[in-house]
Ligand binder design. Structure first.
Ligand code: UN1
Length: 497
């Protein structure tokens, strides 16, 4: 099946058969392909080519650059089924979510096409007669993109679509676990470039498949002015200082430890549905996954019972076959989950679920039932992000206590409240409310649309991707003061003669 899919997506067989780095399917541990990994020297040579491509691409007018992204969006529409299936095969999320990820790519392409005609700056009043000031936005350079296994295509597209219309070239280092998705996106973009015509320079977009050495060659090169990286906080701690050491810019989208405050006035039917999708979807492997339920003591027992019932009906299995939960990415993810659950038990928490499933059918696929862990307090275990379907449940008595719990973790990506009390809802999204980059009301913490800026505070890294005015991150701002008079007055009234 993988050969037909990759064939239709335009990936050459040699690109995924002839290498020595084995890509396995999380579904059953079977081999999906073998790719070649690159050395640091190969990455440096790619950066040379990306610089040349940038020099040509920045001269193409922005609305015309938008046309390339429009054509890429067309390719994605035509190949949504195949690319969605490839996402499912390679990272194990269920097909509905694989398709959703491709839809997220299409959506950002649409946004970027419109943006390509709106890359405008300001005109600013000058204090000097016969002068005007303005702000211009110029292309930045080759952009380095590092992405994670759990969203192998959409976060690349959020960055790539905007970076392209802003006049930049691209260097993409995907997760070592999901390079086939990257090869497929690259092949579709190359088709769009062929349809676009001669003014799309060669090497406008390149994929770097490699391990640590390749990543370091990308992050350390001063010719790459911006590194946008999605992944764990641990990865961010390594990447951010390297980029900062050469005064490069970074956009970091790192770990989340997302909470829901469930107030006594909430519509519980809606809340339970919200919990189910956000805690269990993508087998708990979204950066926006619901990890902490902060529930009012008056409804706590009822809610926990209802979640347990909902969990009991969740179908777990082959992500291509209409189940709700697919496998974890690999054995290591499974081991981490088990060791966290074991620690929780030792600390006296009540653990429900979390066992391995389907081990006989898939000895090399790591399926688990989602876990609910009732804890007495928000200790170190709860404050840590475990990339697996573990939902911690904490009780609260008053709203301020719930809000304090929401904020008292090192991460600051997403958060939400379920309430019908307008005061609580508004307080939650106010300056004294949630400290996260995303704060929702009566919606779970995951599944954001592309129109808003996506990202978070504290150990989440502070970066923003996707909609709103994020396009500015892929451009350099220039302030221009132009004197059209015959005098040369100085600012601040300084006399210098
Ligand atoms: C991620 O898990 O890295 O809001 C991204 C969401 C998705 C993006 C998740 N739109 O859950």
């Amino acid at each position: 099946m993988i050969d037909e899919i990759l064939g239709r997506l335009g990936v050459a067989t040699s690109a995924y058969r002839d290498g020595d780095y084995v890509i396995t399917s999380p579904t059953d541990g079977g081999e999906l392909g073998r790719v070649s990994t690159e050395s640091a020297a190969a990455v440096t040579a790619r950066i040379d080519r990306a610089e040349r491509a940038f020099a040509a691409w920045r001269q193409v007018p922005a609305p015309r650059r938008g046309e390339l992204v429009r054509l890429f969006g067309e390719q994605l529409r035509w190949h949504k089924e195949d690319l969605g299936a490839l996402v499912t095969l390679e990272c194990g999320k269920i097909l509905q979510e694989g398709l959703g990820e491709v839809q997220e790519m299409i959506d950002i392409c649409d946004l970027a096409v419109g943006q390509s005609r709106q890359l405008y700056g300001l005109t600013i009043a000058s204090e000097r007669p016969g002068h005007h000031m303005r702000e211009s936005w110029h292309p930045l350079g080759p952009i380095g993109l590092i992405t994670a296994f759990n969203f192998p295509v959409a976060p690349w597209a959020w960055n790539a679509a905007l970076a392209l219309v802003c006049g930049n070239s691209l260097l993409w280092k995907p997760s070592e676990k999901t390079p086939l998705c990257a090869l497929a996106c690259q092949a579709l973009l190359e088709r769009a470039m062929a349809d676009f015509g001669d003014d799309a320079p060669q090497d406008l977009s390149q994929v770097i498949i490699g391990e640590r050495e390749a990543g370091e060659a990308l992050t350390d090169d001063p010719r790459v002015p911006l590194i946008s990286a999605t992944g764990s906080t641990r990865m961010g701690r390594e990447v951010a200082p390297r980029v900062a050491a050469r005064f490069g810019r970074s956009i970091l989208e790192l770990g989340g430890n997302n909470a829901m405050i469930l107030a006594p006035s909430a519509d519980l039917d809606m809340a339970v549905r919200g919990i189910l999708f956000s805690a269990v979807g993508t087998a708990g492997q979204r950066c926006t996954t619901l990890r902490r339920l902060i529930v009012h003591e008056s409804v706590r027992d009822e809610v926990v019972e209802r979640i347990k019932k909902a969990y009991a009906n969740v179908t777990i299995g082959d992500p291509m076959q209409g189940n709700l939960v697919g496998p974890l990415i690999d054995a290591q993810a499974f081991d981490q989950m088990q060791s966290v659950l074991e620690k929780a038990r030792q600390q006296g928490a009540k653990v429900f679920g979390g066992e391995r499933q389907l081990a006989e059918t898939y000895p090399n696929g790591y399926y688990v039932s989602p876990a609910i862990v009732e804890v007495a307090e928000q200790d170190e275990l709860v404050r840590h992000e475990t990339f697996a379907p573990i939902l911690y449940v904490l009780g609260y008595r008053d709203f301020d206590q719930a809000l304090a719990l929401n904020n008292d973790v090192p991460q600051g990506l997403s958060s939400c409240i379920f309430t019908t009390d307008v005061r609580e809802a508004e307080a939650f999204v106010s300056d004294q409310g949630s400290d996260c980059g995303i704060a929702n009301v009566n919606i779970g913490p995951s599944g954001a649309e592309i129109g808003g800026a996506f990202g978070g505070e504290k150990e989440t890294g502070g970066g923003r991707e996707s909609g709103s005015d994020v396009w500015k991150s892929y451009m350099r701002r220039q302030t221009n003061t132009v004197n059209y008079s015959r005098e040369l007055p100085l600012a601040q009234g300084i006399k210098f003669d």
